[in-house]
Design a protein around this ligand. Structure first.
Ligand SMILES: O=C(O)CCC(=O)C(=O)O
Length: 254
């Protein structure tokens, strides 16, 4: 789909630490992703091998039949998601928004946030780089793809505009799954960012973001694809464990 990153997109990303790009993923691909996510969830219920490959997280770890909260590594395990992570329009946007750092575009990891109907739990406020430790910050970026319409009631993304300018703030662990800021620094106000299915929100690795519970009768599925540039100086994950998805057009070779 030919959607270009414009000067306005770049300006929003630099100012707010995130930018919405509408219409990047088409209806056929959205349908295929929804169907494949349903199949993967069923496979993970049947097979411990599949559950391990996708690092399944349940909404309630203590209840065997609890709805699934998150699947990881879809692109590594599944051809459809591998193709989606390398969608030319998405890689072009990643390239434009990480142009300060050269090298290849790598897949750091990816995660489907499933927010099942009525059970989808909140994701606490955090910066992705509290998990990823990508240095410099401009060498990483997340593309959050709305697989369903994301609304205020079903738990759309919420961002604190400009929070990427704080750099990485100290986080603490609040459960086995979540880190959240642990600092006296004023962080600012979260704002909801509802988007229609097929939109992508690109966010900086230090953009503070969260999502609330899904209180509706339908799932709010989204797929977060986390990219790193091979020109990064440091990442928590070894470079040889990341898939190469594309070449950068950035002139910098660091
Ligand atoms: O989809 C969500 O609710 C949370 C996503 C998120 O935290 C991320 O993309 O880093």
């Amino acid at each position: 789909m030919a959607v270009m990153i414009t000067a306005q997109h770049l300006e929003s990303f630099q100012r707010d630490g995130y930018v919405v790009v509408n219409g990047l993923v088409g209806a056929d691909d959205l349908l295929a992703m929804r169907m494949r996510i349903d199949e993967v969830q069923a496979e993970c219920r049947r097979s411990a091998v599949a559950a391990s490959a996708y690092s399944v997280h349940q909404e309630d770890a203590a209840v065997a039949a609890a709805p699934l909260r998150k699947l990881t590594d879809l692109a590594r395990n599944d051809p459809l998601f591998r193709r989606m992570a390398a969608l030319p329009a998405i890689l072009a946007a990643v390239d434009a928004l990480t142009a300060a750092v050269g090298g290849k575009i790598l897949l750091y990891t990816d995660q489907a946030f499933l927010k099942p109907a009525f059970h989808g739990s909140p994701k606490p406020l955090h910066q992705d780089n509290s998990y990823f430790a990508i240095q410099p910050f401009e060498a990483g970026i997340t593309c959050w793809i709305a697989i369903d319409d994301a609304t205020v009631d079903n738990g759309c993304m919420r961002y604190i505009p400009g929070s990427h300018k704080l750099g990485l703030v100290k986080h603490r662990s609040i459960s086995s799954a979540h880190l959240t800021p642990d600092t006296d620094v004023p962080l600012g106000e979260e704002i909801p960012v509802p988007v229609p299915a097929g939109s992508c929100i690109f966010h900086h690795v230090c953009a503070l973001h969260a999502s609330k519970a899904n209180t509706t009768a339908n799932p709010r599925r989204a797929w977060a694809v986390h990219y790193a540039k091979s020109g990064a100086q440091h990442c928590a994950k070894p470079f040889d464990q990341m898939l190469v998805l594309g070449a950068s057009t950035a002139s910098s070779t660091n």
